[in-house]
Design a binder for this molecule. Structure first.
Ligand SMILES: Cc1cn([C@H]2C[C@H](O)[C@@H](COP(=O)(O)OP(=O)(O)OP(=O)(O)O)O2)c(=O)[nH]c1=O
Length: 209
């Protein structure tokens, strides 16, 4: 048994995105940046940039960088998928915390409040055409004590996560309400992703003989 699907390159170092795609039955191949490529620079918000514009711009930059990387490495043609997730609260972008103090500040701000989680996903087809989808979800956190925030940071979970928490992890106990896309909150909105993959000619349900 084999599928007729093209190669699917995942332009992400996130094991969660890999796992979420695998959950759909896809077989993504990582297409990672070289050590000397300045990936962090891609993720700097512009002054006054709205969160929705920011995630869409960064996800698009990630896809473009991956497409260039594929060509440089003379890898076979394939579909390219990238994504970017951020948290938006009170008009501000809350990205990944730089350190424990930054995580503490973010979690204290999000405590007892409702914020938005935005994920943009970009797919490039075999002809080099790109499509993007934006997923926006709302998450409400319980009021957190200083001790709870400190203990949560000590678990290490906030690091590498936009907004300094992981809904798929221990922070689930802090979430009183969430609406939107669960997979989008944790890094890859799967309905939107499947729709983009279908557009690009990557089938997730039909298996050829
Ligand atoms: C809010 C929230 C974010 N996150 C994560 C998803 C993203 O991986 C991360 C935001 O960082 P991103 O820059 O979107 O992604 P990444 O750096 O992990 O991977 P790459 O750029 O290589 O694709 O925050 C969770 O895992 N759970 C959550 O509940």
């Amino acid at each position: 048994m084999h599928t007729l699907n093209p190669i699917l390159y995942l332009a992400s170092q996130s094991p969660r995105r890999q796992a979420l795609l695998t959950q759909l039955g896809a077989s993504p191949q990582p297409l990672l940046a070289a050590a000397d490529e300045d990936v962090e620079a891609l993720e700097a918000p512009l002054a006054g940039e709205p969160a929705a514009a920011y995630v869409q711009r960064v996800a698009t930059l990630k896809a473009a960088a991956a497409a260039a990387r594929r060509q440089q490495r003379h890898l076979p043609a394939g579909i390219i998928l990238s994504a970017d997730t951020t948290v938006s609260f009170a008009g501000e972008i809350l990205g990944k915390p730089a350190d424990a103090a930054a995580a503490q500040t973010m979690l204290a701000r999000l405590s007892g409040q409702t914020h938005e989680v935005l994920t943009a996903v970009v797919v490039e087809n075999l002809r080099g055409e790109r499509r993007l989808s934006l997923s926006t979800s709302q998450v409400t956190l319980a009021t957190l004590s200083a001790a709870e925030i400190a203990a949560y940071i000590a678990t290490g979970e906030p690091f590498g996560k936009a907004g300094s928490y992981a809904l798929q992890g221990r922070a689930a106990m802090f979430v009183t309400h969430a609406s939107g896309s669960f997979s989008g909150i944790i890094g890859l909105p799967l309905h939107e992703t499947a729709t983009l993959l279908a557009w690009a000619g990557y089938s997730l349900l039909t298996v050829a003989t």
